[in-house]
Design a protein. Structure first.
Length: 216
């Protein structure tokens, strides 16, 4: 799973799997479009409400029949994650690749991190609300304040997340619930409600990677 996320690039095009470019939550699997285009679930009040919060879907990919790749924005922060339905109720962590634009040494850059977050519970939201990412923003501010390139400086990771772990954990789990809610608008049987994984680990987040990418 991690390798798939590490190799995701907004400019790349997948050479296999179905692709659906999306700017709203009414898009469905390309192979299902003709037979399901009148599906009323696509235009449910919930789907319309989700289109009004600060969660903009940029792209949906189907790497396999059991996977959905979500590429989306929350404010100016870009997220990638793969939902694997085979591992949804067994894998304790969900991995996100997250990018935030910035300026370093008068150069346009993307601050990039890969975070594995412990899944709090698998559930959907009755009424999705605005997504808040204050802790993630503070984390990126700390990355921006560092003078050195952090690609290989793993010893800084704990320092950069000190005091923010629980906030990042809560924010990413709320985003997961938004994703589950989105999926459930078309595939109710895919998402169990109030499901808590057994034998939960104690580490809320694991920083897999931090990088600074020149975008000029």
């Amino acid at each position: 799973m991690l390798e798939k996320i590490l190799n995701i690039n907004p400019q790349d095009k997948f050479k296999s799997g179905s692709k659906v470019h999306a700017v709203n939550p009414y898009i469905i699997h390309a192979n299902d479009y003709n037979k399901q285009k009148k599906d009323s679930a696509l235009f449910s009040p919930l789907a319309k409400l989700m289109s009004q919060i600060n969660w903009k879907i940029l792209n949906l990919e189907y790497p396999s029949d059991d996977e959905m790749l979500f590429h989306f924005l929350v404010d100016d922060t870009e997220f990638f994650t793969i939902i694997n339905f085979n591992e949804l109720y067994t894998e304790h962590y969900q991995e996100f690749s997250i990018q935030k634009p910035g300026i370093k040494d008068f150069t346009n850059v993307n601050y990039e991190t890969v975070i594995a977050v412990k899944k709090d519970e698998i559930n959907i939201l009755a009424i999705p609300e605005r997504i808040e990412i204050a802790s993630l923003n503070r984390f990126f501010n700390r990355i921006e304040a560092q003078e050195s390139n952090l690609t290989l400086l793993n010893n800084y990771f704990e320092e950069l997340t000190f005091g923010l772990e629980n906030g990042i954990f809560s924010e990413l789990n709320y985003i997961l619930k938004v994703i589950y809610t989105f999926i459930s608008t078309k595939n109710m049987d895919k998402i169990k409600r109030n499901f808590i994984l057994k034998s939960q680990p104690n580490i809320p987040i694991i920083i897999q990677k931090i990088d600074i990418i020149n975008t000029n």
